[in-house]
Design a protein around this ligand. Structure first.
Ligand code: PLP
Length: 456
């Protein structure tokens, strides 16, 4: 098929949209290692998990065998308010780069929350509502998850309490106001609201907080308040399951025009957008039906895949959550305060960790000034103001397209453009003023935080 027949934006018809989520674990030969009870070291049971998470979500979390889950009708109709998301052919970018590569991006920023996080937020809020709960608690780093969850909770009439990493709370006051507009209560973390928050503040006065710390607080509040459960916006298997809608749509759109990608690129914080985007492609790979290069891009300031270790670790700073076997920098790792965007979690999805460990995907890390250069270039050429997180994928896609220019290869590159950057303008400002710096943790710093891994 010639290029001209491929539209700028490939949209699916409503009846072509996925009606089921795809569970990648079902097709993995080596399954991700189970979550462990930090007290006993035994795999977490559904019963134990149900004190923290909603029942249906626990079932999804533990299910390594069911390949497809029906998307409930109410979630499907919510999805229809902002999905399908477009798969965009980056004709302008290709032209500007003078590359023979064909570049596509799946754009998840076309909803008010501004990112892919809404795909899982609505699912998690739906199951909380179905269970008859009063509300949910959560953490948020850069703020996109908290925003998405607030929207979903407002839609379903659930209470929503958000613990927001203090540095983001201060850098992004407008994020907070969006969440409050949707009815959520937002607390900077660490706070004096919780036992774990008090403890962390006593040990590290003046800390700017971390995701791991905000998670501990949100879990504590959920488990000590009747009618509340905790929900998490990334990392967990259930979140990757919901996010598979991204990849299923992308694959259906590509198949519609008979396009076979060579490379699929996504940014990786906790792994949910990447896990969702690659899900059906990884299925082909696992079943030996097709091969693709799959690349995770992470910040050089928080390099879980590229410099972490594959081991059991805590998901939170307070060490109250289950242990997960993943690529990790240690639960005490806190990225330098000059790290601007999200992608600041010390660990990684257990599913993606296993796939990476087994050689099914690659990972690279990039420095934030390079990421912002790519973001600015992309904004000027393609018009979209990208989120800093998404711009990690943009950076590597552009590098690869430039490489194709040298070699003359006509690679087809697909990347995930996870969201927009309207609330990241303080970081853009720093970049424009030449005040942005790159901080790469030293080997010493990493070995110190890795030394605190639990012995399992
Ligand atoms: C949260 C977020 C990410 C990173 O999270 P993953 O779970 O790794 O996908 C990336 N991009 C945007 C816009 C986000 O909001």
């Amino acid at each position: 098929m010639s290029n001209r027949e491929i539209p700028y934006k490939i949209y699916l018809e409503e009846n072509e949209m996925p009606k089921q989520w795809y569970n990648l674990r079902a097709d993995m030969k080596t399954k991700p290692a189970p979550l462990l009870n930090p007290g006993t070291g035994a795999p977490m049971t559904a019963d134990e998990l149900s004190h923290v998470f909603c029942e249906d979500l626990v079932a999804q979390e533990l299910d390594n065998d069911t390949a497809y889950f029906d998307i409930p009708e109410e979630i499907l109709s919510f999805y229809k308010m902002y999905r399908p998301s477009p798969l965009v052919r980056a004709y302008c970018l290709e032209k500007a780069l003078g590359t023979p590569a064909k570049i596509y991006y799946k754009f998840e920023g076309n909803n008010t929350s501004g990112s892919h996080k809404l795909n899982s937020a609505i699912a998690q809020a739906y199951y909380a509502k179905k269970q008859g709960l009063k509300g949910v608690t959560t953490e948020t780093g850069a703020g996109q998850w908290g925003t998405a969850l607030s929207m979903a909770c407002a839609y379903l009439g659930l209470d929503c309490k958000v613990y927001m990493v203090k540095v983001s709370y201060e850098q992004k006051p407008f994020r907070r106001e969006v969440m409050r507009t949707y009815g959520a209560s937002v607390v900077p973390s660490p706070s004096m609201d919780t036992e774990v928050g008090k403890k962390i503040l006593a040990e590290h006065p003046g800390t700017t907080g971390s995701l791991g710390c905000a998670i501990s607080e949100a879990v504590e509040v959920a488990t000590t308040h009747e009618g509340y459960r905790y929900v998490l916006g990334s990392v967990l298997n259930q979140v990757l399951l919901h996010q598979s809608v991204i990849g299923l749509e992308a694959k259906a759109a590509l198949d519609k025009y008979d396009i076979k990608p060579d490379v699929i690129i996504g940014c990786a914080g906790g792994g949910s957008n990447l896990g969702g985007l690659i899900a059906p492609f990884m299925r082909d790979k696992l079943l030996g039906k097709a091969d693709y290069r799959i690349i995770a891009v992470e910040p050089a300031s928080c390099p879980s895949f590229t410099r972490g270790v594959f081991a059991y670790d805590f998901c939170d700073t307070g060490k109250i959550c289950p242990l997960a076997k993943m690529y990790t920098l240690g639960s005490g790792f806190i990225p330098a305060p000059n790290h601007a965007g999200g992608l600041r979690f010390h660990g990684m999805s257990t599913t993606l960790s296993q796939l990476y460990h087994d050689g099914y995907m690659e990972a690279v890390s990039v420095e934030q000034t390079k990421v912002f250069e790519a973001a600015e270039k992309f904004a000027r050429i393609e018009g979209i103001l990208p989120a800093p997180e998404s711009s990690h994928a943009i950076k590597v896609a552009i590098d690869m397209a430039e490489e194709c220019k040298k070699t003359g290869e006509e690679k087809t590159i697909v990347f995930g453009l996870t969201g927009t950057g309207y609330f990241d303008l303080v970081a853009y400002e720093k970049f424009h003023n030449g005040e942005m710096t790159d901080y790469i943790p030293t080997d010493d710093e990493l070995s110190q935080s890795i030394a605190t891994l639990p012995k399992v």
